[in-house]
Each structure stands twice: as C-alpha cells, then as structure tokens.
Design a protein around this ligand. Structure first.
Ligand SMILES: *Cc1c(COP(=O)(O)O)cnc(C)c1O
Length: 401
C-alpha cells in the first residue's frame, strides 16, 4: 500500500512552513521556539490597541489565553494538513468536541449523530445536550435512515470516519450533499485519518476534529484536540473559544509540532505492521471477525479505497468461542502489548471494548468479546508472537457452542 504523494507533500510543507517564526542574528533554528507567556508586553498603548483590534480576525499575540506563537505554528500546520481555513487548539480531543457542540448548537436545536461515534460523545449528549435542551438522534453510519430522522429543528450532522472500534465507514460525499440540501452543518471526527490518510473537509464537511493526542503527538506524552473549519464555518467556533478562554500551553503545542514532523513516516510503519497483524488474525481459529477498513472483507472496503490514502495502526477483533474470562486471560498474558486506553503512540496497546455501551442502533448480545489493538512501531513478528501466547492462554476457558 502506498501513501498518496499529495498527502505526503502536504504533510511536508505544513511542517516546513511552521519553522519560520522569527529571525535571530546569525541564522534561525529548524524548530520554532517555545514561547511561554501569560502577559504580553507592548511598547505603547497605541501598539497594544492596534494589536487588540486585529485579534478577532488574525492571529496576533496579545495575551496567553488568546494563543501563543508556538500554538499558532501548530494551528497553521494542522490547517494545511487537514485542508481547512483555520484551526483552534484544545486541552484534549474531547474538549474540542465539546466546544464544537457549544459553538454551533443552541437550545431547541437537534443534531444527528452517527451511531459509531467515540463513546464519550454519548456522555456529552447525556450530560450536556440534555441539560441545555439540545436533542440528539443516532443514525446508521451508512446514512440509510437520515431521511427518516431529520426534523424541523435539525442543525447539524456529527459523523466519525471510520467509527470507533468497528470502523464502519460513512460516505462523507453523500453526507455532505444531504447536509447541503437541508442546510445542515457537517461535523466530522477525523482523528483516525489524522488529516493525512483522510480529509473530510476536502470531501464536503464544514468542521473537522482531530484528537492530536493520537497520531499528531504520536508519543503517548501529550493531550490535545484540534478543530479545523472552512472559512464559512469559522466565526462561531472562534468566538466561543475566546469566550470560554480555550488555549493550550506552548510546551504542549511544541510536542505536537515535533510529533507531526514524523507523521507520514510513522503512519507508513503503523500501516505496515497493522496489515501484517490483521492478515494473521484472519487465519486464527479463535477469531470470529477482524475489523480493519483496509481488509478487502470489510463491508465498505470500496469506500475506503475511494477516500483514504492508507490505514493506521488500529485493528480490532472479535473472539470466537471465547468468553469474557478467556478474553481477560488473553490480555493479561500479553508482554509486548501494553494494556491501556488511547492509541497513536509508538507503542502497541490492547484494550478490552465494552460493546454494550458502544452502539444504540445495533445489538452486540450473543457475540464474542472484542479487543482493540493498536499496532505500534515494534517488529510485527514480535507482536504476532505475543498474540500467539495470548491465544494459547485462553485455552481451557473456551465456551462450548
Ligand atoms: C481519543 C479520541 C478522541 C478524544 O481525544 P482525547 O484527547 O483522548 O480527549 C476523540 N475522538 C476519537 C475518535 C478518539 O479516538
């Protein structure tokens, strides 16, 4: 599998451009400086007033809560990578999602949410939307029930491509044309695609959210969220971010910028390892299903071929004839894979999934336990050996079917 050269080029230019921050006598560093600041000083009241008058339309350094030069570099790099007008940064990916809800929805509004969303979005619906009189309806990732579920007050569609854990694919082009017909805002969680392997804004979405905690940071040492929008969709987000005082530290912005420099090389390696592990899992008798959009057996594989330039390190699988207890033994036997939440770092992870909490429209009961693997940058042969030991440790607790 090769990476789309245009996407690779995009990643490269956005990273090169971000270095040109400031000139020093003698030369300039490759990397942008880390500019830590709350207070920003001006030479005169007039200079301060001019800077302040510009800050609602352009990136000017006026106060730490309005952003800092290191974070501005990162915003520009993500805008270019994800193909948008501008970007705002948040302390976590979930905070980015929450601010999108806050910025674009009002009491009385209705939002359509893909049933395959990142699970904490359901908590946002329960604890935030319900409290503020915003109604939400889950729709099939295929979009087949949208005509039935749209209402008079529907304002937005919230999609995730591909869905968390099972990687259902929605057709963003179709969603965009539906949204356009009904004057809805189309919001997409693009954490999986990282702006490099998938670009919802280029397919017609208005708002793209990336948890930079994952592949942009890439080293399991920083939390961050990013929201990139089209020019038309920008103003409400920008206003609400400043109203709520949303800002990230220069140190964290620096870590994400540094991670982005190797994004395309890391993703190629994650993809290589994940495909090798996914193909091996398909041959295992303890495995009922392997979930990965790059596998030809994936139900919407042709959509993946059409819209993506690659896959990442994520592969999930469903056990066959192994119960919860067996699944636990499997996880506890692993030595190379870590047991832990999140993904996108250099290290391999295995996480149990609680499918009963993950979907509203489909039933998981009667099916086997699911584990999500994140294939890191280790040797895939070592990872397969580790999984082999895991499967061997389930023996004796297989369910008879
Ligand atoms: C991890 C994740 C988030 C949230 O990111 P955090 O930085 O962990 O808050 C949002 N969406 C998706 C699809 C994710 O995988």
């Amino acid at each position: 599998m090769t990476f789309d050269t245009k996407a690779r080029q995009r990643a490269k230019t956005s990273i090169v451009k971000s270095a040109a921050v400031q000139n020093y006598p003698g030369g300039r560093p490759v990397l942008p400086p880390v500019v830590r600041a709350s207070t920003v000083l001006f030479d005169s009241v007039e200079q301060m007033e001019i800077a302040r008058s510009k800050r609602d339309v352009s990136k000017v350094f006026t106060y730490g809560a309005k952003g800092n030069p290191t974070a501005f570099c990162l915003e520009d790099a993500i805008s270019e990578l994800d193909g948008g007008y501008r970007t705002r940064l948040f302390p976590t990916g979930l905070a980015a999602i929450a601010m999108v809800f806050t910025a674009y929805l009002s009491p009385g509004d209705h939002i359509l949410i893909a049933d395959c969303v990142y699970q904490p979005v359901r908590r946002l619906v329960k604890n935030f939307c319900q409290k503020f009189g915003i109604r939400a309806t889950y729709f099939e990732p295929s979009g087949s029930d949208l005509d039935d579920k749209i209402e008079k007050g529907t304002r937005a569609i919230y999609a995730e491509y591909p869905g968390s854990i099972l990687y259902e694919l929605c057709d963003m082009v179709e969603l965009a044309s539906f949204a356009k017909r009904h004057a809805l805002l189309l919001i997409a969680d693009n954490t999986w695609g990282s702006g490099l392997q998938y670009s919802p804004l280029r397919l017609g979405a208005d708002v793209s959210i990336i948890a930079a905690t994952k592949y942009l940071g890439g080293h399991a040492d920083v939390m961050m969220g990013a929201v990139t929008t089209t020019e038309e969709a920008w103003a409400p987000l920008f206003t609400m971010c400043d109203t709520f005082g949303m800002a990230v530290s220069a140190d964290d912005a620096y870590l994400v910028l540094r991670g982005m420099r190797s994004l395309s090389a890391r993703l190629a390696a994650h993809e290589h390892g994940a495909l090798q592990v996914a193909r091996w899992l398909c041959t295992q008798s303890d495995v009922a299903h392997v979930f990965c959009p790059a596998l030809p057996a994936h139900p919407q594989h042709s959509l993946w071929l059409r819209d993506c330039s690659g896959t990442n390190g994520l592969v999930s699988f469903e056990f066959r004839n192994v119960d919860e207890e067996g699944s636990r033994r499997f996880l506890n036997a692993l030595r190379v894979f870590g047991i832990g939440a999140s993904w996108g770092g250099f290290e391999s992870l295995a996480t149990p999934c609680y499918m009963q909490d993950e979907r509203t429209l489909s039933e998981w009961s009667g099916r086997g336990p699911v584990i999500r693997l994140h294939i890191g940058l280790e040797d895939p042969d070592d990872l397969i050996e580790d999984l082999r030991i895991g499967f061997a440790s389930c023996q004796g607790v297989r369910t008879a079917r």
